[in-house]
Ligand binder design. Structure first.
Ligand SMILES: Nc1nc2c(c(=O)[nH]1)N[C@H]1C(S)=C(S)[C@@H](COP(=O)(O)O)O[C@H]1N2
Ligand SMILES: [Mo]
Length: 313
């Protein structure tokens, strides 16, 4: 894998994540102690910010510095909670992540409605530090916690007709104020080809920075597909449907000339309204070159052999 070291950033520009985390942890600890004393309760292991137990290390980690927790959790796209970058952090507190069910259905031998707490135990949780690139031109490095989506897919036993996987996310106007706006056709849906969904890099994420996923990052469970633009990584998933025909995602439906089904990060294929050649890593000033397949070409280029990626963007 091609790994670029952040040699062009002054060390003073980076808040080391450990230091940031320590500071935050101390403040949280104080808050939890106060709440516990007042209500006689212990920490809720399922609440955003609670530490996830038994998270394994993994070989999937960049040597680049992770984007500070504060930026990862306050600069978000989650249109169900507003279109401003700081809206989700302010408004996603109204999302209820329990009870939560993820329906696995369609072209599978074993359809199942998974309770989220059973899903959390389906496979060992690992930490994976991935580079994430939004089509708007910014990027982050995020230490996700989760397991490969293929763990769930294998248990579902797709039939021979399953060629694609569709992801449907929560569509509840009582919890999601942004649904009142017609920016997209709700629910937010996304799709992958079955081999992309089975790829070992494709993650079902339930946490970040070792903790339960904050609501604004797609609690309680979301997709992470690091070689594709960020919008493919659907948040707060309630349904995973195996289908024969290529699904139409919300973004493709909204602007088919701008957002294709594949949406692989590709510095040579510009978005009609802006270049994709460079990106700004959140926290940095100078732009970086965007890498083909977001730097994951060694692992994923073979999925697209023989395809014209200018046409199938
Ligand atoms: N349900 C849902 N999922 C979503 C979005 C959204 O608006 N709604 N935005 C997408 C976009 S454009 C990006 S860049 C990523 C951002 O993920 P993050 O906020 O955890 O960094 O989430 C993606 N998943
Ligand atoms: Mo995005």
């Amino acid at each position: 894998m091609l790994i670029r070291l952040p040699t062009d950033i002054a060390p003073s520009e980076i808040t080391p994540p450990e230091i940031y985390r320590d500071r935050r942890r101390f403040m949280q600890g104080m808050g939890a102690l106060a709440a516990g004393a007042a209500f006689g309760i212990g920490p809720d292991a399922r609440a955003a910010g609670a530490k996830l137990a038994g998270v394994r290390d993994s070989a999937y980690r960049l040597t680049e510095a992770s984007t500070p927790y504060k930026d990862v959790t306050t600069y978000n796209n989650f249109y169900e909670f507003g279109t401003g970058k700081s809206d989700p952090a302010r408004q996603a507190g109204s999302l209820k992540t329990r009870p939560w069910t993820v329906a696995v259905e369609g072209e599978v031998r074993r359809p199942q409605a998974w309770d989220i707490d059973a899903l959390l135990k389906l496979a060992p949780l690992e930490e994976r530090v991935y580079r994430m690139r939004c089509v708007e031109g910014w990027s982050m490095v995020i230490p996700w916690v989760g397991y490969p989506l293929n763990e769930l897919i294998r248990r579902a036993e797709p039939t021979g007709n399953a060629k694609y996987v569709e992801f449907v996310t929560l569509n509840d106007p009582r919890q999601m104020p942004g649904l009142r706006s017609r920016v997209l056709d709700w629910p937010y849906t996304e799709g992958l080809r079955l081999d992309e969904a089975m790829h070992p890099l494709t993650l079902l994420a339930v946490g970040l920075y070792g903790e339960v996923l904050p609501n604004q990052n797609g609690a309680p469970i979301r997709l992470v597909v690091p070689w594709k633009y960020g919008f493919k990584s659907a948040k707060s998933i309630v349904k995973i449907r195996f289908v024969e025909k290529q699904p139409v995602s919300s973004w493709t439906a909204a602007a088919p000339a701008e957002y294709g089904f594949y949406s692989n990060v590709n510095p040579q294929v510009d978005h009609p309204r802006w270049s994709q050649a460079k990106e700004r890593r959140i926290g940095e000033f100078r732009k970086r070159d965007t890498l083909m397949f977001n730097g994951y070409g060694d692992q994923v280029a073979s999925l697209y052999r023989g395809m014209d990626l200018k046409k199938l963007f």
